[in-house]
Write a protein that binds this ligand. Structure first.
Ligand SMILES: Nc1nc2c(ncn2[C@@H]2O[C@H](COP(=O)(O)OP(=O)(O)OP(=O)(O)O)[C@@H](O)[C@H]2O)c(=O)[nH]1
Ligand SMILES: [Mg+2]
Ligand SMILES: [Zn+2]
Length: 373
C-alpha cells in the first residue's frame, strides 16, 4: 500500500469518525495534523497531488448535501418537533401552527430522530434544521452491523407489544424492560390480538406474572376494537414509543387510536406467521385525547451488548433487593456460595424463569445480537 493510499484510508476513517462525533469537526485545522488510530499525519508530508485529491473529495462531499438553501435565503429561527427522519431529510412540525415541513439537515448535526426538538428555518420550499435541542432521553438499538442506532428521543413511556402471533418471547420482553428501567421510561405491557388467544394459551399467565412485579399491563384487540378505552387511559400524557416484534400489530394499534390517519399495516407471512417489517421509519403522532406516540419498526432480537452485567441485573426490578446482599461484593450471581439472588430463586421469591432470562442475556452480552428476520 502506497503512502497516498494509506492517507486516503486514514482520511476516510477520519471522515467516518467525524460523522459520529460532530464536535470533533474542525474546518481547516485537519490539514495541519490529523490524529487518528495513533497516527499523526502532518501537513508537510502531503504532496500537492494529495492535497488536490483531498480537496476534490471535500467539494464532492459538500455537494452531496443537496440543494440546501444558503443562510440569506432562510427565514427566522423557530422551534419544531421532528416527526420522522428519512436519510438526509426530516419532517418537522412547526411548534406554532402545527404545519409539517420537509426539512434538509444542516451538515454535522449528528443523528436526528423522531421526538427530537429542533431549531429550524423556513426556505422557499421546505426548510433547514440548524440545531438539535438537548434531549431528555435517547432510545438506541443496535443495528445489524453491531453499532448503536438512535431510534427516538424524548420518549417517556415504552409500550411493549406482544401477541399470540408472532409468538411472544419472554426474553425479548425482559430485554425491553431492562432498557426501559435503565432509561427510566415507564413500561406498559400490551397484549394485542386477544381475539386470537386460544383457551390453552399461556400468554395471560405470562402477562399476569409481569403485573405481579408491578408492571402495568393491558389486553386488547386492535382488530376487534376491544379494550381500547382501557389503553387510552394509559397513553394520554407524555410520549409513548411502541416496540416489539414485527407483525404484533404496533401500527394497527396506533391506527385504531388515530382514526384520522392512514397508517400502513402489513399481513404476516403465511408460512411462518412472522411480520414483514412493514414500518420502516419511526414516526411520531399526536393523540386527539392527549399525549404522543411513536410507531417504530419491529425487530426480532434486541441486543443489550452495550450494557454491563450489573446494569442488566439492575434492569430486573425484583433482583435489586437481593443482588447487593450477596456474601461476595463482586458476586456474579452464577454459582457463588452465599449468593442472595440464587437463594431468592431457590426459595421461589424470584421467578426461575426471569432468572433464566437474565442469565441468557448475560451470556449473550459479548455477542452482537441483532437479527432482523
Ligand atoms: N387478529 C388480529 N390481527 C391483528 C390485530 N392487530 C393487528 N393485526 C394484524 O397483524 C398484522 C400485522 O400488523 P401491523 O400493525 O402491521 O404490525 P407491526 O407490529 O406494526 O409490524 P411492523 O411494522 O412490521 O413492525 C396485520 O395483518 C394486522 O391486520 C388484532 O388485534 N387481531
Ligand atoms: Mg408497523
Ligand atoms: Zn450473588
Amino acid at each position: 500500500m502506497s503512502w497516498g493510499e494509506k492517507f486516503t484510508l486514514q482520511y476516510d476513517r477520519f471522515t467516518a469518525v467525524r460523522q459520529v462525533w460532530p464536535r470533533y469537526q474542525t474546518d481547516t485545522s485537519w490539514l495541519s495534523f490529523i490524529t487518528y488510530g495513533g497516527t499523526i499525519l502532518s501537513k508537510r508530508r502531503l504532496s500537492k497531488q494529495q492535497i488536490e485529491r483531498v480537496q476534490k473529495r471535500r467539494t464532492a462531499a459538500s455537494q452531496t448535501s443537496g440543494s440546501i438553501p444558503s443562510d440569506d435565503q432562510l427565514g427566522a429561527e423557530q422551534q419544531g418537533l421532528v416527526l420522522s427522519h428519512y436519510g438526509k431529510q426530516a419532517d418537522v412540525e412547526n411548534s406554532g401552527e402545527k404545519a409539517v415541513v420537509r426539512c434538509h439537515l444542516r451538515a454535522n448535526l449528528g443523528n436526528i430522530v423522531a421526538g427530537d426538538r429542533v431549531i429550524w428555518r423556513a426556505g422557499a420550499e421546505g426548510g433547514v434544521v440548524t440545531a438539535i435541542l438537548p434531549r431528555d432521553s435517547e432510545l438506541h438499538r443496535p443495528d445489524s452491523f453491531g453499532k448503536l442506532k438512535l431510534v427516538a428521543a424524548n420518549v417517556t413511556r415504552m409500550v411493549i407489544v406482544i401477541a399470540p402471533e408472532p409468538q411472544a418471547h419472554a426474553n425479548l420482553i425482559d430485554r425491553y424492560l431492562v432498557v426501559a428501567e435503565t432509561l427510566n421510561l415507564e413500561p406498559l405491557l400490551l397484549l394485542n390480538k386477544q381475539d386470537l388467544l386460544s383457551t390453552e394459551s399461556d400468554l395471560p399467565t405470562l402477562l399476569a406474572s409481569y403485573a405481579a412485579l408491578g408492571y402495568k399491563t393491558v389486553q386488547i384487540s386492535a382488530r376487534a376494537d376491544d379494550g381500547m378505552a382501557d389503553l387510552r387511559q394509559h397513553l394520554h400524557s407524555g410520549t409513548s414509543i411502541f416496540v416489539g416484534q414485527s407483525g404484533v400489530g404496533k401500527s394497527s394499534v396506533i391506527q385504531a387510536l388515530l382514526p384520522d390517519h392512514a397508517i400502513k399495516v402489513g399481513a404476516l407471512s403465511e408460512q411462518e406467521q412472522k411480520g414483514r417489517h412493514t414500518t420502516t421509519y419511526a414516526r411520531l403522532y399526536h393523540f386527539a385525547f392527549g399525549g404522543n406516540c411513536i410507531d417504530s419498526p419491529g425487530i426480532r432480537e434486541f441486543g443489550l451488548w452495550h450494557m454491563s452485567a450489573d446494569q442488566v441485573a439492575e434492569g430486573f426490578r425484583e433482583f435489586r433487593s437481593y443482588m447487593h446482599s450477596c456474601r461476595f461484593r463482586n458476586c456474579s450471581h452464577k454459582h457463588e456460595p452465599g449468593c442472595a439472588l440464587l437463594g431468592a430463586v431457590e426459595q421461589g421469591r424470584v421467578s426461575a424463569q426471569r432468572f433464566q432470562s437474565y442469565q441468557q442475556i448475560i451470556a449473550s452480552l459479548d455477542a452482537v445480537d441483532v437479527r432482523t428476520d
